[in-house]
Design a protein around this ligand. Structure first.
Ligand code: TZP
Ligand code: MG
Length: 225
């Protein structure tokens, strides 16, 4: 990605199928192990979200980002950095993900060139504005209650996805927030292109198995939609 221009929506949708959001504080064990198992299980994209109390800074943060990027690329997955353009550029990540409260999407787009830009949104107004400012995909949520994000917005339910589609939002969408294997098909049936998870993989005893089960549910729902 990157040297051939902006990613196409079709390719973006494929990479959104199983999207792992991860930082060292989310993991019960070595984040390198968690990510490598998730990739073995079929994760298609990894977002490095190193934030909150106890998170790595400086050289350790840079080093972990570089290792995760290498793992993703060996597995044919994308590597995206949450809300840190400098880090994304320093490790030559595939892109950046930002929320509504972060730097404006058009400013980030200008700084990252043709790399992937993801933006969190809930309303059609936020979604349209993000796409207009250069977003390649939207993260929509929390779909269900989550304990992984302290400042999460109100729970939306899968209905928000259908509503956005009905309002004409055709961009690649990943649902996020409280998604488990048991709920993944419902999210995709509501017209997300894939699911993003933290705890369903990082808190699993078997991260590879958890990722494989999620991926199977997503593919099953995509095939029947
Ligand atoms: N953004 C909206 S909900 C959320 C983020 C980062 C946390 C998702 O974590 P989990 O454990 O999959 O609910
Ligand atoms: Mg943010």
């Amino acid at each position: 990605v990157g040297i051939h221009g902006r990613i196409s929506s079709d390719r973006m949708r494929e990479y959104l199928q199983l999207y792992l959001v991860v930082g060292s504080v989310d993991c019960k064990e070595d984040p390198v192990k968690v990510v490598s198992e998730a990739l073995e299980g079929g994760a298609t994209l990894v977002q490095f979200r190193e934030k909150g109390p106890g998170s790595l800074t400086g050289e350790a943060r840079l080093e972990l980002a570089g290792r995760l990027r290498a793992l993703c690329h060996s597995a044919g997955a994308l590597f995206i950095v949450n809300d840190d353009v400098e880090l994304a550029l320093a490790v030559d990540a595939d892109g950046v993900h930002i929320g509504q409260e972060d730097e404006a999407a058009d400013c980030v787009r200008a700084r990252i060139g043709e790399r992937i830009l993801g933006v969190s949104a809930i309303t059609a107004c936020e979604a349209r504005s993000a796409i207009h400012q250069g977003a390649d995909y939207l993260g929509i949520g929390p779909i269900y209650p989550t304990s992984s994000k302290k400042d999460a917005r109100a729970v939306q339910g899968p209905q928000v996805l259908k509503t956005l589609r009905a309002q004409g939002i055709a961009a690649p969408i990943v649902g996020i927030g409280g998604i488990t294997a048991a709920r993944a098909a419902e999210v995709v049936s509501a017209r997300a292109d894939g699911v993003a998870v933290i705890s369903a993989i990082t808190q699993a005893d078997d991260a590879q198995g958890a990722a494989a089960t999620l991926k199977r549910e997503v593919l099953r729902a995509l095939a029947s939609s």
